[in-house]
Design a protein around this ligand. Structure first.
Ligand SMILES: NC(=O)c1ccc[n+]([C@@H]2O[C@H](COP(=O)([O-])OP(=O)(O)OC[C@H]3O[C@@H](n4cnc5c(N)ncnc54)[C@H](OP(=O)(O)O)[C@@H]3O)[C@@H](O)[C@H]2O)c1
Length: 464
């Protein structure tokens, strides 16, 4: 099954030779793929299955001519005999017979080199690699502009939801006020299990892994990093700012307790891992955190491994997008949409294409700063373990004295509490700066009525 990388280029070159004489706009778009795993194989399969409808939309065929993988026998099992194989991704990136490179390998090191080499060689690139774009996006978008090629990435965010296209094209009339969403299926699956079945975080994670919803190393998902990659890209498109992943406030769900999921429920809320990007007069909020959402809110009903994103535009109002956030053919749907765009724009004037971040490069606001987390104002939920239920009055009064605007104070109902957990005071605040809440929570720990660590989570109303 192993095909020598050099010799294996021969069969595909034969089919390329017959197409070389045709004008670029009518001959098939020739694709080189780096990676033929979950995303790559799905892309290959859907391209083959739907080639007629894809060609009808693109105005020309789209053909995979060469694929790079490490395990060539496995790759051959996916692509059959008509496609050249190599284990050198650079050969695909710079192959003279390739018009567009699909990077479906992952990682931020070599993948950056492959994309830079491909673009320097005049090739368009398509990637679903959000980590790569979050970390190296500014450099890669600049390289794409320099070489006049497309760098398309619909598959990098909430795969089956065309959210990049929605922000960049459909909502182009709007000043975007905020984008918020559930953009990591693994953590949403875990949170749904914690709520529906009363599981702890560790048990819910185990189930997610057993069912294939979580990687063997789930760190990027459960620590909020994957969602932060995506909200960073959404913020850049929404507000016309550079990609500022390093400034994002990132908190995952590893420390979340089942007790808070149950107490939130008692108060009429559900806990979701939200990515939020919000434009303020003095900058942009860019953050990923577990937050309480009203149980009646549409986002509260995005369950299991599904994704949901809301966008507030000044003209359109609030719009919502729902769909699968991962999966082989679900991601292929986005990757192929990008390939169809490339097939249509290949050979056109680069200055007239949709800009990579929706705003023309000269209009991207380099000075738009990400606000520090301490300055962000939202409502908050606090859970305060107390020695005696009667201490509820003291906690409320003490918080009010610390400038925390208390909206509601109740005791956790017995049914929300595991045996032996003691009395818990639940507090909902009005909007208040994170810094004020952090100070109050820190000081509250020393209050004689308090029996354990105070938990604080944001409450996101997402209603205006
Ligand atoms: N899976 C999803 O649902 C999903 C959704 C959205 C975005 N993405 C993104 O899409 C990308 C790919 O994810 P995936 O799930 O498809 O990964 P995957 O199943 O692990 O597949 C990766 C592929 O890349 C190949 N590869 C990796 N490093 C290589 C190297 N140095 N040289 C040659 N080939 C190499 C692998 O070859 P071998 O198999 O031969 O080792 C494999 O074919 C990632 O950036 C991921 O974040 C994935």
């Amino acid at each position: 099954m192993y095909r020598d990388p050099v010799q294996s280029l021969q069969p595909a070159q034969h089919s390329i030779a017959t197409t070389m004489a045709m004008p670029a706009a009518t001959r098939p778009l020739r694709v080189g793929m780096i990676g033929i795993g979950t995303v790559g194989a799905g892309t290959f399969r859907v391209l083959a299955r739907n080639q007629d409808v894809v060609a009808a939309r693109a105005g020309r065929g789209i053909e995979v001519v060469v694929v790079a993988a490490r395990n060539l026998a496995r790759a051959a099992g996916v692509v059959g005999t008509g496609v050249a194989l190599t284990n050198d991704p650079m050969q695909v990136a710079t192959h003279p017979d390739v018009d567009v490179v699909v990077e479906a390998a992952g990682g931020t090191g070599p993948a950056r080199e492959w994309l830079l080499a491909a673009m320097a060689a005049g090739k368009h690139v398509v990637t679903a690699n959000k980590a790569l774009l979050a970390v190296h996006g500014n450099e890669l978008f600049a390289a794409a502009r320099q070489h006049g090629v497309a760098l398309a990435y619909e598959g990098a965010v909430a795969v089956s939801i065309p959210i990049i296209k929605a922000l960049r094209e459909g909502l182009t009339a709007n000043r975007i006020e905020w984008v918020a969403g559930i953009i990591n299926g693994t953590t949403n699956f875990i949170l749904s299990k914690m709520r529906d079945e009363g599981l702890g975080f560790a048990q819910a994670l185990e189930q997610a892994q057993a069912l294939g919803y979580a990687e063997a190393d789930p760190a990027f998902d459960i620590e909020g990093v994957d969602a932060a990659h995506k909200i960073t890209l959404l913020a850049a498109n929404a507000f016309g700012m550079p990609v500022r992943f390093a400034d994002a406030q990132v908190e995952g769900i590893t420390a979340l307790q089942g007790l808070d999921v149950a107490c939130a429920e008692q108060l009429g809320y559900r806990i979701k891992l939200l990515g939020v990007a919000r434009k303020r007069s003095d900058g942009v909020e860019l953050r990923v955190q577990p937050a309480l959402v009203p149980a009646t809110h549409l986002l509260a009903h995005v369950n299991g491994s599904m994704n949901g994103i809301m966008v507030k535009g000044d003209a359109a109002g609030v719009t919502m997008y729902y769909g699968a956030g991962a999966g082989s053919e679900q991601t292929a749907s986005a990757v192929i949409a990008d390939l169809v765009d490339v097939a249509r724009l290949d050979g056109t004037n680069a200055a007239q294409r949709v800009p990579h971040l929706g705003f023309h490069a000269h209009a991207v606001d380099e000075h738009l700063a990400v606000l520090p987390g301490a300055a962000v104002h939202t409502r908050h939920y606090l859970r305060v373990p107390v020695h005696l239920a009667q201490d509820i009055g003291a906690v409320g009064a003490w918080l009010a004295a610390q400038q925390v605007p208390v909206a509601q104070v109740v005791l956790a109902a017995d049914k929300a509490l595991p045996p032996g957990s003691g009395a818990q005071v639940l507090v909902l605040t009005d909007a208040v700066a994170q810094a004020t809440v952090d100070l109050a929570v820190h000081a509250l720990a020393a209050h004689p009525a308090v029996a354990g660590p105070v938990i604080s989570l944001r409450v996101e109303m997402l209603d205006a």
